[in-house]
Write a protein of this length. Structure first.
Lengths: 99, 670, 210
């Protein structure tokens, strides 16, 4: 399969994830959609790595995975803290950082 | 010591005195301050005398000396520099100013002795003397204007010296505002003249006048008339005279120094100094003569009816300065300056004596409440008589010689100036009447309670109440302290008044027609470029006829006053009833105050209110300031709306940005 | 053969993605994402990235998703409220934005400008993508990235623990606001209030803090 197919899949998943962020209200699901976008990026990286015959893209993908894991940990910690304080777990309600 | 150095020293001593007193006003006791002030002026007088001696050592044609300090602006085409002109005219003024000031300082050490603002008084007084000396010693228009303005400021400071009195502060502001009008006239006049002569320096300007201006050229006449405006505002001539009677709110030494002897004579000095300009623009000079004559009559009529002791003397000042202005405008320069000198002596004497009487009356100045002080204040009475005779113009007192010389020159000039001369004699008659009216009312007749107390041996002390408004005085600020000082008991006052009395009596000897010619010949180097100065020499016979006529008129006035106020005390009331309308007109000062109020003050006040309510509020605050700030606020509110706090809105914006970025790269690579 | 596997994995990935976005219950979304991740691992294998695929399965689908499952069980068990579901405006806007992005990317990918994408790719050697090769690269060329990544993991772990810990000696949970996350222990002074006015309290605290 030529690389274009993988890139198409990546683009499609990325856009689905982006749309999901805009549409969903629960921060948990928004984080999930963020995962989608990250994974799409990963796929593109590995695809290009295969295209160039270079393993750098795969290294990059591993690091991205590490970063995603960290971000998930912190984000979920935040969600747990919010829930613990009996605040609504809903991004439309949590809007104190406004001008 | 050269003449220039002496000139700078004459200025330096009063300035140093003012500065030292001002800086140490809490550190040193009051007496020291009085001594410093008096010493400073005395030293200035000594330097003036030395300068006089040095100047007379020089030959006649080398008696105009310029002392150059430094240049202010040498490249702008304006020769602005700090320079003094030391010549007979300025030295004469220096001698008069420093001499009379020294005596008044001596008087003040006694008169103001228990005042809380003693040090402040002497600092202001020294500053005033410095300003006046700067004015008369000025060598160019710039320094003249600076001295002019300083003198106005010093006058304001001293009139409102007892600053908790509303009447005093109001009078000070009135004087200052009218003086500022004069300042504007002075500056504009300078501009008109500078426009053609292209020089601010006096000697250079005077040299160029005949070449640059034709006779009665419009710019020159305009410039000279504007200079006259300045002179009239400073010398209290009609219509800028309304501040002088109100200026009597200041302490008596201030009235004696500023509003009798020195500051109000600055206008006379100005016209005498600018004589080349006025001789080239006779139209302006004629304006001066007419206004001077009008003032002397108007002031004399008002002096006949006012009942405030100091205000009578103030109107007499206005009247006598009218004589001087009339004189110097009609080219009687030496006579006008001589009258300035004699007037300084006898007017200061009169004011000092009036101060003594007012102290005895516990600061009441109302003639209606005074009477019979002859036994209680003999020395003061003597001084009043000497000063009054000099003012009325009786032989052999000095006032006769100076005043009548002016009038005889008027007659000598001929033409319509004769009318001025006749009116001058009428004014002399009225002068004698009101002067002795004042003296007879205050000193003759039965002693009033205050006088009786003094005869019994103690000074009267009243409640500290402002006689004009009845409001209680703030004795903390130093409104005349608990002790009142009369001449008989204060040696400083007595000494100063004695010296002035001698001068008022004997100064006439300087210019006896046909015998001595001191003033006229002394001033000749200054006026040698004047064609009229040398030519206007009335014959000795004509002058003596004038002197005799003047004496007779003066004596007639005194006799009439005696009849009305000593022999038939009920007669004045009857006269007043018969001429009630005229009396009311005079008492209201010819309604000048009301006229100025209606024509100038009210429109300006209306304009100020309009500017504040409409223009300032709507346009500046509303449109310009408010508009700008509301535009900024609206803009920032619009920008702030982006920060809504909605996560999804931020995400949407991010996505939009990303799409835009990709689009850009897509387009740029294709 | 490879094409078939590719299409199966691709459809699995896209379906998982769609499911993550569309399913109402967060728990089901998590499961959909797991499916998506496994499909992606298959795609990685097709691209001869064995180590990455293994890491994806073990780390991502294994550890990270387990975290999600735990938190979904603790927190997000309820369905989303219906009363303020995103209005049609927001749906359309997001569709437009995402669709625009997709179109652009497709143009970029399929356009003739990216000729290098055609074809199967460069040649590769036998150990391409194997753990040995990856490990060699991680420890030589990309050592800094490796170390920084490990440091980042440490920081994230510590941070997550601090963020979510329960703090002792405080008033009952109903009286604390978001601001307490960042305040000192003795700063809290809000009295007991029902949840409805919590926002005002937190808004007030937030104003002060600003």
């Amino acid at each position: 399969m030529s690389i274009q197919w993988y890139l198409l899949v990546s683009a499609l998943v990325f856009c689905i994830g982006a749309g999901g962020i805009l549409v969903r209200r629960s921060p948990l699901v928004i984080l999930l959609c963020l995962e989608l976008m990250l994974n799409a990026g990963n796929l593109a990286l590995v695809a290009f790595s295969r295209a160039h015959g270079n393993q750098d893209g795969q290294i990059f993908a591993i690091i991205v995975m590490v970063v995603a894991a960290c971000e998930v940990a912190v984000g979920l910690g935040l969600i747990v803290a919010i829930y613990r304080r009996n605040l609504p777990v809903d991004v439309d309600e949590l809007r104190e950082l406004q001008g | 010591m050269s003449l220039q150095t002496l000139g700078w020293l004459i200025l330096a001593f009063p300035l140093a005195g003012a500065t030292i007193i001002g800086l140490t006003f809490k550190a040193l006791p009051d007496k020291i301050h009085g001594a410093i002030g008096t010493l400073a002026i005395t030293l200035a007088f000594v330097c003036s005398v030395l300068a006089l001696l040095k100047l007379t050592d020089r030959p006649q044609d080398a008696r105009e000396v310029v002392a150059h300090g430094w240049d202010y602006a040498s490249s702008v085409g304006v020769d602005a520099e700090l320079s003094l002109l030391i010549d007979p005219l300025s030295l004469m003024m220096c001698l008069i100013v420093s001499g009379v000031s020294a005596l008044i300082h001596l008087y003040s050490t006694g008169y103001m002795a228990s005042d809380r603002g003693y040090a402040r008084f002497f600092a202001y007084l020294n500053f005033f003397v410095f300003s006046m000396l700067l004015l008369v010693l000025a060598g160019n228009f710039l320094v003249l204007i600076v001295g002019w303005a300083f003198v106005g400021a010093a006058s304001y400071l001293l009139i409102s010296f007892w600053y908790r009195r509303t009447t005093a502060t109001r009078a000070g502001i009135k004087a200052f505002v009218i003086n500022v009008v004069g300042d504007v006239g002075l500056v504009l006049g300078t501009y008109f003249i500078f426009k053609h002569t292209r020089s601010l320096d006096f000697l250079t300007t005077f040299d160029r006048v005949d070449d640059v201006f034709t006779r009665n050229q419009a710019d020159l006449v305009a410039g000279c008339v504007l200079l006259l405006v300045g002179a009239f505002a400073k010398s209290a001539q009609v219509p800028f005279h309304t501040w002088l009677p109100d200026a009597m709110e200041g302490p008596t030494p201030v009235s004696a120094l500023i509003h009798a002897a020195t500051m109000v004579t600055a206008g006379v000095y100005l016209i005498a100094r600018m004589h080349p300009l006025y001789e080239q623009a006779p139209a302006a000079a004629d304006v001066g003569s007419v206004i001077g004559c009008a003032t002397l009559l108007i002031a004399a009529t008002i002096g006949l009816v006012v009942t405030d002791l100091k205000r009578v003397i103030a109107y007499s000042t206005m009247s006598q300065i009218g004589y001087m202005i009339m004189g110097v405008s009609s080219a009687a320069y030496a006579a006008g300056m001589f009258h300035l000198a004699t007037h300084a002596f006898f007017k200061a004497l009169l004011f000092m004596a009036a101060g003594s009487v007012i102290s005895a009356m516990a600061n009441l100045q109302d003639l209606d409440r005074m009477g019979g002080f002859r036994k209680a204040l003999p020395f003061t009475y003597g001084c009043f008589i000497v000063g009054g005779l000099a003012l009325a113009g009786v032989f052999p007192f000095s006032g006769l010689f100076s005043k009548d010389e002016i009038l005889s020159i008027e007659f000598d000039r001929g033409g319509w100036y004769v009318v001025l001369g006749v009116l001058g004699y009428l004014g002399a008659f009225l002068t004698a009447i009101y002067t002795f009216r004042m003296i007879f009312r205050a000193f003759h007749g039965d002693p009033v309670p205050e006088a009786q107390e003094l005869i019994d041996g103690h000074l009267h002390h009243g409640d500290p109440v402002n006689p004009a408004t009845g409001e209680p005085e703030d004795t903390e600020v130093g409104f005349p302290g608990p002790d009142h000082h009369i001449a008989e008991r204060a040696p400083g006052m007595k000494g100063a008044m004695a010296v002035l009395a001698v001068g008022a009596t004997g100064l006439g000897a300087l210019q006896i027609p046909g015998v001595t010619d001191v003033v006229h010949s002394f001033l000749e180097p200054t006026f040698e470029d004047s064609s009229l100065y040398a030519s206007l020499e009335p014959s000795a016979a004509a002058s003596w006829i004038g002197l005799i006529a003047g004496t007779l008129i003066g004596l007639a006035g005194i006799a009439l006053a005696y009849r009305l106020w000593v022999q038939q005390p009920a007669a004045p009331a009857g006269l007043q009833a018969r001429f009630a309308a005229l009396h009311r007109f005079f008492v209201n000062k010819w309604y000048f105050d009301e006229l100025i109020d209606a024509v100038i003050v009210r429109p300006f006040a209306w304009f100020g209110r309009f500017a504040r309510n409409t223009f300032e509020r709507l346009i500046v605050d509303g449109a310009i300031v408010g508009g700008t700030s509301s535009v900024v606020r609206a803009g920032s509110a619009a920008v702030r709306a982006v920060q809504s706090g909605f996560l999804r809105a931020y995400a949407a914006l991010l996505l939009l940005g990303l799409a835009g970025l990709v689009l850009y790269f897509l387009l740029s690579s294709s | 053969m490879a094409e078939v596997v590719f299409f199966i994995a691709a459809i699995g990935a896209i379906a998982g993605a769609a499911g993550t976005v569309a399913l109402r219950n967060p728990f089901f979304s998590v499961l959909a994402l797991v499916g998506h991740l496994l499909s992606l691992a298959a795609l990685f294998l097709l691209l001869r990235a064995e180590f990455v695929a293994a890491a994806q399965v073990v780390v991502y689908a294994g550890a990270v998703m387990v975290l999600y499952v735990f938190v979904a069980a603790y927190v997000g068990g309820q369905d989303e409220a219906l009363h303020s579901a995103p209005g049609p405006g927001l749906r359309i806007t997001s569709a437009i934005f995402a669709g625009a992005l997709l179109v652009e990317l497709c143009i970029a990918i399929l356009g003739t400008g990216l000729s290098a994408l055609d074809g199967d790719g460069a040649g590769f050697f036998r150990a391409f993508g194997s753990p040995g090769e990856i490990g060699k690269l991680l420890l030589t060329d990309y050592l800094l990235a490796f170390e920084v990544a490990s440091f980042l993991l440490l920081v994230a772990a510590v941070g997550a623990v601090i963020l979510a810990r329960r703090r002792e000696g405080l008033e009952p949970a109903g009286t604390i606001s978001v601001g307490d996350l960042f305040s000192r222990q003795d700063d809290v002074g809000v009295g007991g209030e029902p949840e409805g006015s919590m926002l005002e309290a937190e808004a007030g605290q937030g104003e002060v803090r600003r």
